[in-house]
Design a protein around this ligand. Structure first.
Ligand code: IPE
Ligand code: IPE
Ligand code: MG
Length: 238
């Protein structure tokens, strides 16, 4: 059943955190948590599009995560090798365009090839968008964009910087959801998040249900987004 929610975020970003702790609490290896997390993410994406979202951005692997033990990273890359294409095909079948955000040169070559293939398959789609942040760090993204401007010898403007980010041309996130009890951004979308509403859930990601997503959207719909203006100004513009 898809609930009617009055104001659905156009762009929702999700920091999927807590896979490891969820697995540990079940005396299972962290890799099991990542597998269940990836599976849950697909269900959540489909539900979010059903609710009317246009863009979804998922934080799947940060540049800092690349310093994790080799065994955990190998497990994550194997998961991508085994399931990324199949999962992306499932979600993107509704005409969603896929983009991977991040410094993919830091990923193994065969994983990069899978990403290229998945992106190429949706290249002709427009309208809805799906961003998967892999080997992503907002500081790296900003430094890279700034260096491009230096090379061109052009001063940056808010518009040109925004366009040079991995998310260039897309709307900023309206809502950022983080699971796993922590209340921080951990180097995610630092520039794009300027006016995002933040929602934190104590649930570990593999147990964050479709109903939990709806709860976050209902909470979002109640927020007064003023963008620096007064309530009176906002009402006058409505
Ligand atoms: C998030 O879950 C997924 C990745 C960072 C790859 P974690 O692996 O951070 O899980 P916890 O926070 O240790 O429980
Ligand atoms: C943030 O989670 C990165 C992703 C969810 C991919 P982390 O588990 O890496 O964040 P910290 O280290 O607790 O801040
Ligand atoms: Mg974590």
């Amino acid at each position: 059943m898809v609930k009617k929610i009055t104001r659905v975020p156009k762009h929702v970003a999700i920091i999927m955190d807590g896979n490891g702790r969820w697995a540990k609490s079940r005396m299972m290896p962290r890799s099991y948590g990542h597998r269940q997390g990836m599976h849950r993410m697909i269900g959540l994406m489909e539900h979010a599009y059903d609710l009317g979202v246009d863009y979804i951005t998922v934080y799947a692997l940060s540049t800092e995560n690349l310093k994790r033990p080799k065994e955990e990273l190998d497990g994550l890359f194997t998961l991508l090798r085994d399931h990324f294409l199949e999962y992306m095909r499932k979600v993107c079948a509704r005409g969603v365009k896929l983009k991977v955000l991040g410094d993919v040169s830091l990923l193994p070559e065969d994983v990069r090839e899978i990403i290229r293939e998945a992106e190429a398959e949706t290249a002709g789609f427009s309208g809805k968008g799906l961003n998967i942040a892999l080997a992503y760090g907002a500081r790296e993204e900003l430094v890279r964009a700034a260096n491009e401007a230096v090379k061109k010898g052009e001063p940056l403007t808010e518009e040109s910087l925004s366009a040079a980010l991995y998310t260039g041309g897309q709307p900023d996130p309206d809502l950022i959801i983080r699971t796993g009890k922590e209340k921080r951004l951990s180097n995610f979308l630092l520039y794009q998040a300027a006016y995002a509403e933040l929602y934190f859930s104590d649930k570990m990601f593999p147990e964050f249900s479709d109903a939990d997503l709806e709860k976050a959207f209902v909470d979002y719909a109640k927020r007064a987004r003023r963008f620096g203006k007064t309530d009176e100004q906002c009402k006058a513009e409505d």
